[in-house]
Write a protein that binds this ligand. Structure first.
Ligand SMILES: Nc1ncnc2c1ncn2[C@@H]1O[C@H](COP(=O)(O)OP(=O)(O)OP(=O)(O)O)[C@@H](O)[C@H]1O
Ligand SMILES: [Mg+2]
Length: 227
């Protein structure tokens, strides 16, 4: 279970404080997928950065319950945050952030090895399902933007994390591949009982998730009921 309570986050501009997230609250059951939509600049990436422990909120709390453990994500020490990101979190950024000097397969091996969840058969299945098996021994910069994006998705799932944060994960794909890859992301998370928070501008992609939210005026409005 992921529980965000009364999150506030502001940025300091030259001469004013801009409140981006304003008492935002959200509860997501473990293994559930949700989509977040909202205008450019509404704070979607800001929210994902807080969930990824890459930034701090001004106030509020984020708790992630994982089996026996409850993590207070806004109060982790640096070492605890490193461990959380390494073992429990998969992130797909708006930019891919692949490591360019190692092969595609090594990009997947790295998170799996760091979190001691290496499963070669599973990694090969991921590569096959995402249609990038033939590229696994190439360097990321030898791939097209869409292929790199699919590698970034495979990497985020390589260590079977508890939580996946995806920021426009199919922004670089054509509509056919966007639908295929988004469905694979949603389905794989479901199989792994991984919670998926998916930021997207595409209604078609949002429709694949179980609950949809709109980020407006610093708060999340639920767009779906009764699922
Ligand atoms: N580090 C920062 N310092 C100051 N302002 C920031 C910072 N990061 C983001 N902002 C501002 O906060 C607002 C929200 O940014 P954010 O990147 O979260 O938007 P977004 O909803 O992800 O937009 P998009 O759909 O374009 O990706 C924007 O107005 C942005 O300029
Ligand atoms: Mg963004």
């Amino acid at each position: 279970m992921l529980v965000l309570n009364a999150i506030r986050k502001s940025y300091q501009d030259a001469n004013e404080t801009r409140l981006i997230l304003n008492d935002l609250s959200l509860t997501v059951a473990q293994g559930t997928s949700i989509a977040i939509q909202g205008e450019s600049g509404s704070g979607k990436s800001t929210l994902l950065h807080l969930l990824a422990t890459l930034d701090k909120a001004d106030s509020g709390s984020i708790h992630l319950s994982t089996g026996q453990q409850v993590l207070d994500l806004l109060s982790l020490s640096e070492a605890q945050a490193d461990e959380f990101r390494q073992c429990q979190l998969g992130i797909i950024f708006q930019k891919f952030n692949l490591i360019d000097c190692i092969t595609v397969y090594e990009n997947l091996l790295l998170p799996a090895q760091l979190s001691q969840k290496l499963d070669h058969d599973y990694l090969q299945l991921l590569l096959r399902d995402l249609g990038i098996s033939a590229h696994q021994n190439k360097l990321p910069n030898q791939l097209s933007g869409g292929e790199q994006q699919r590698v970034a998705i495979a990497r985020a799932l390589a260590h079977k994390p508890q939580l996946v944060l995806a920021d426009e994960p199919t922004g670089n794909l054509d509509s056919k591949n966007s639908a295929l890859v988004s469905r694979l992301l949603v389905d794989t998370c479901k199989q792994l009982n991984t919670t998926l928070i998916l930021v997207t501008h595409s209604q078609k992609v949002a429709d694949l998730t179980e609950h949809q939210y709109l980020l407006l005026d610093g708060k999340l409005q639920c767009q779906t009921q009764g699922l």
